[in-house]
Design a protein around this ligand. Structure first.
Ligand code: NG6
Ligand code: CA
Length: 514
């Protein structure tokens, strides 16, 4: 009897241990740090790991070679603010009529009561930080740049923020740390307008002789650091940034955030400026490629990424940090300045094999580099599963054991970690409020009025009087419109599209048919 009891005790003990081991998953261990490295306007074809040879990107390639490279990873929009909105909220940008490219004076786009990625992580005990480009609006519509600026990153869930308000080519050209403009001299207050210039302030339009980089289209407003911007600004002279130092400045802040929070789980949203216009590399990187400033700033960004990885490595954090690398939209060569991007491009294909680029409904607008890396946790390889940045909130919630799920995002955690190759079945792509459907291997673009090409940036937008239907498996470059041939498939796609887009889609249709 004693023996039997003993055996029973031992087996109970073993099964308890087994049960505990089984339960021991990422949520009961120390939660991993999460770093999202988000480049600006970097194309599918701009990175070595995606086939680029002219621009050397060893650090991004290292993430890809030792992590997971996605060939069907998508930004939610072909422009910045809408993509960032979707990334942080898990809501498709076309649901929010204000999710368009925002001026520097726009109010905060994200509702402060809305679920967000940083808020979800904060609830799980993360310290959250954003360093870099914000471009999601600030304040309630009337910002006084000389006082504390709110609501902003803090109100949507970031404990720490070091940002530029909008874009590098828009005023105000100052850094804002935790809601306050850095290095602001109270005797030289900042005023900003997108409507009219301030008397006596030189603009690119009136004083092109003061420019070190000439504008091509737009960008003829206030001159800062020899470059004219979109919009007008007065004052804040000591606070204005120097473009040549921007990448270094953000890197220093990103590294500092990591160092200060290395003992707790942290989330860093490192929103890099490169290779958005104006492209002004630090002198250390000038001439690193034969492609002019656009190539050089990509090399500079790659170097910064390497430095950040080094910091994580030196602190012993790499095997406990999930890194996600991507871009907010597809590439553009001439985005408003004469910076030799077109002249020196020399056959380089910034969108790789994809059609279109930034602003486009073709895949070049939204299919972007997308890499996940987590030392010791992600088996290196490639994945052709379809994933979108709109999925990150739900997927990362699953990673940290949060029940939060977003409206449009799916839990793609296993896909992001390479444990499954079953990605999304369908996805709405967006470009300047127009939308298209990708479902399986198929892509359908409904008819849209408007020019086929944006001549200023020389990019095909995807507008056409007729339906477009492509099989991306056979025709990644969206050249062969099968809408006439594959009537049944087109019908299916239209139905699936309408199911997601709902009445809005019908409204759009009416508008087009008029
Ligand atoms: C466009 C700008 C472009 C760029 C873009 C925003 C003009 C003519 N063009 O309106 O230069 O700033 O907005 O880019 O002004 S994004 O990546 O932030 O969406
Ligand atoms: Ca962008």
């Amino acid at each position: 009897m004693k023996k039997i009891t003993g055996i029973l005790m031992v087996s109970l003990f073993i099964s308890l241990i087994a049960c505990q081991t089984k339960k021991k998953d990422v949520t009961t261990e120390k939660l991993p740090n999460i770093v999202i490295i988000y480049t600006d306007d970097l194309g599918y074809g701009d990175v070595g790991a995606y086939g680029e040879t002219e621009i050397k990107t060893p650090n991004i390639d290292q993430l890809a070679n030792n992590g997971l490279l996605f060939s069907n990873g998508y930004a939610s929009s072909a422009t910045c603010s809408p993509s960032r909105y979707a990334l942080l909220t898990g809501v498709y940008p076309w649901r929010n009529k204000n999710a368009k490219i925002l001026p520097g004076t726009a109010p905060l786009l994200i509702d402060t009561t809305q679920v967000t990625l940083p808020k979800m992580l904060k609830e799980k005990g993360y310290t959250t930080g954003v360093v870099g480009k914000w471009h999601l609006g600030l304040g309630n519509g009337h910002i006084d740049w000389n006082r504390h600026i709110a609501p902003g990153p803090r109100e949507v869930g970031f404990d720490y923020s070091y940002i530029m308000a909008a874009t590098a080519d828009r005023v105000p050209t100052v850094y804002i740390e935790n809601g306050d403009v850095c290095r602001l001299d109270p005797n030289d207050p900042i005023e900003v307008s997108y409507k009219k210039n301030f008397p006596g302030e030189p603009t690119g339009k009136d004083h092109p002789e003061l420019l070190k980089m000439m504008y091509h289209h737009g960008h003829d407003g206030t001159i800062v650091n020899g470059i004219s911007r979109i919009g007008f600004m007065k004052g804040g002279k000591a606070a204005r940034w120097v473009d040549e130092n921007m990448a270094d400045t953000f890197l220093v802040k990103a590294k500092k955030f990591v160092m200060e929070n290395k003992d707790r789980p942290f989330f860093l949203y490192y929103a890099m400026n490169e290779p958005h216009v104006p492209r002004v590399p630090n002198p250390r990187f000038v001439g690193k490629t034969n492609l002019g400033p656009r190539g050089d700033v990509i090399v500079e960004a790659d170097w910064c990424i390497g430095e950040l990885i080094k910091t994580l490595d030196n602190e012993g954090l790499l095997d406990n940090t999930l890194i996600i690398f991507s871009s907010d939209n597809g590439p553009v060569l001439n985005d408003g300045y004469y910076d030799q991007a077109v002249e020196r491009n020399d056959g380089h294909k910034p969108a790789g094999p994809l059609r279109g680029g930034k602003y486009s409904l073709y895949d070049g607008g939204t299919r972007v580099p997308f890499i996940t890396y987590w030392k010791g946790h992600i088996q290196p390889g490639k994945s052709d599963a379809m994933v979108s940045q709109v999925d990150l909130l739900s997927s990362l919630a699953a990673l940290v054991g949060s029940p939060v799920r977003s409206k449009d995002g799916l839990n793609m955690l296993d896909v992001l970690l390479g444990k499954s190759h079953k990605g999304r079945d369908e996805l709405i792509e967006e470009a300047t409020t127009r939308t298209a459907l990708r479902k399986g291997d198929w892509k359908m673009i409904p008819p849209y009025p408007g020019p086929a090409i944006n001549k200023q940036v020389n990019i095909e937008l995807g507008n056409s009087k007729v339906y477009q239907l492509y099989n991306l498996q056979d025709d990644i470059g969206e050249q062969n419109n099968l809408a006439e041939k594959e009537k049944q498939k087109l019908k299916e796609m239209m139905q699936a599209f309408e199911k997601i887009r709902g009445k809005n889609y019908k409204k759009t249709e009416k508008l087009i048919l008029k």
